[in-house]
Design a protein around this ligand. Structure first.
Ligand SMILES: Cc1cc2nc3c(=O)[nH]c(=O)nc-3n(C[C@H](O)[C@H](O)[C@H](O)COP(=O)(O)OP(=O)(O)OC[C@H]3O[C@@H](n4cnc5c(N)ncnc54)[C@H](O)[C@@H]3O)c2cc1C
Length: 445
């Protein structure tokens, strides 16, 4: 590649980097933009996730409590605008990614505590100002009518979730960005960043604005490494199911679903009629990302066991695919779009495993910061014009990070096992004191 100059250089070709490049090029066509991607576009979480695209932000509650007060209606407006904006771009650019906005079911389906957790989540969402039309309660019969889940106790339903094929979106965005004039350098890892120049093994790029969009792949970036914790999540996919099997299971509207488990589950009916199901939770000492998961069959057995606990009718169905990936959990608990106006160093991410939709909003926000546009986004509480070290909190040093993660995931595992096995009420209550609740939009506090 030699030594090159661009107005904006983006590190990472996942949704964050690709959306940022797309909006830079569509809003400022004269701006020269490149993406430097270590592997290939979509190699990270963006090409291998569970395909839930949500008009939601993890940790949204924190934004409503931002110092100096915040316009809650504006926050909700921008958050709920994610899917409509993505739909606009998909149509305008002719991007196909099996997108169906079938909504999401956050079910209580295996033990009674899940019912309390989900009801508490719904109350939290309504307290943030979301209405019944955004999130409403389905009783057991209402849930069963949509999904034949093991014990349909009840569920939150939201229309603000779409099902996608994740890799198709990443590849389509990359092709669109390239067509608009973004230079994409694949197999080009950034190995150093100094004085406005990014160094790669085959040359360098100098740019007044450099954007870090690597989410959980941050071990190479000293300043960012401790601000987002790389955590692994694993997914399995069944063989394609017959029309008769789907008639029994449901999801006829392509709804995505999760059950209120402390281990964070997520499922979808894919466009080719597979049941795709995942569960979160592993951390490598030192915060190393992980992209290969062969040789780890035990972890996939756990995911399958959770799937069968939800949908026992899949007992004899073959699992044909199993994979995993690395997501990022920020110390602050909520995503960010940050630009240091002095050095020109920027970053976006921190999605806590919910970046498929959120990356679009953070990219638009960051582009407004870079182009100094005022569309209302740059004054949102996730935007900061600060050096990263001031904008983003750091996780504890090792071994505290590793020990803390192990301790919390063990407690959540015990809690899950005790509740699922119907342990004595005092034991369930005791483990429930960890305060864990199922991840749904806006809830993480
Ligand atoms: C298994 C799994 C399931 C998930 N399911 C969902 C879901 O259903 N819904 C949802 O909302 N979210 C989900 N997520 C999270 C979501 O996929 C991510 O939040 C989102 O894709 C992050 O996009 P990104 O572009 O910020 O990061 P990534 O997609 O991880 O992209 C980072 C890119 O940076 C590149 N890179 C790394 N280091 C360098 C370097 N030194 N130089 C150049 N390039 C570099 C990587 O190769 C990678 O391509 C899931 C994540 C995983 C792992």
């Amino acid at each position: 590649m030699g030594d090159q100059r661009f107005d904006v250089a983006i590190i990472g070709g996942g949704y964050s980097g690709l959306w940022a490049a797309y909006y830079l090029k569509t809003q400022a066509p004269d701006c020269s933009v490149c993406i430097l991607e270590a592997e290939h576009c979509g190699f990270g979480a963006s090409g291998r996730n569970g395909g839930w695209m949500m008009s939601a932000l993890q940790g949204e509650q924190r934004f409503h409590r931002a110092p100096g007060g915040v316009d809650g209606a504006a926050v909700r407006h921008h958050v709920l605008g994610i899917l409509p904006e993505v739909e606009r771009v998909l149509a305008a650019e002719g991007l196909a990614c099996d997108y169906v906005r079938g909504g999401g079911l956050f079910a209580a389906a295996r033990y009674p505590e899940q019912l309390d957790w989900q009801r508490a989540h719904l109350a939290t969402l309504h307290a943030l100002g979301y209405g019944e039309e955004d999130y409403h309660w389905l009783d057991g019969a209402g849930l069963a009518a949509r999904l034949a889940i093991a014990r349909p106790l009840g569920a939150i339903y939201t229309p603000h979730v779409a099902r996608i094929q994740p890799a198709r979106l990443a590849l389509g965005l990359a092709a669109t960005a390239a067509r608009l004039g973004v230079r994409i350098f694949e197999q080009t890892p950034v190995i150093a960043d100094s004085g406005g120049t990014l160094t790669t093994p085959g040359g360098s790029v100098t740019a007044p604005v450099r954007v870090l969009a690597v989410e959980g792949f941050n071990s190479r970036f000293a300043d960012y490494r401790r601000r987002v914790l790389p955590v692994q999540s694993r997914i399995i996919a069944t063989e394609p199911l017959s029309a008769g099997q789907w008639q029994e299971i449901g999801l006829s509207g392509a709804e995505v679903f999760a059950d209120a488990s402390p281990v964070i589950t997520y499922g979808q009916r894919s466009a080719d009629d597979r049941l795709v199901f995942g569960a979160r939770g592993a951390y490598r000492f030192g915060g190393l990302p992980r992209s290969r998961f062969d040789g780890d069959p035990g972890a996939f057995h756990q995911v399958r066991a959770l799937l069968l606990a939800c949908l026992p009718q899949l007992q004899d169905v073959a699992i044909t695919h199993a994979w995993g990936g690395t997501l990022g959990i920020p110390r602050s608990g909520s995503p960010h779009a940050v630009l240091d106006p002095v050095t020109g160093f920027a970053s976006l991410g921190g999605y806590t495993g919910e970046g498929v939709g959120a990356a679009n909003l953070m990219a638009r926000s960051l582009v407004d910061l870079i182009l100094e546009r005022d569309t209302g986004l740059s004054s949102m509480p996730w935007c900061q014009r600060l050096p990263m070290r001031k904008a983003l909190r750091r996780w504890e040093p090792e071994p505290l990070r590793w020990l803390g993660f192990r301790a919390i995931s063990s407690i959540l595992g015990w809690q899950e096992a005790a509740c699922a096995a119907g342990a004595a009420p005092w034991k369930r209550r005791l483990l429930g004191l960890t305060g864990n609740r199922r991840s749904i939009p806006g809830d993480r506090d």
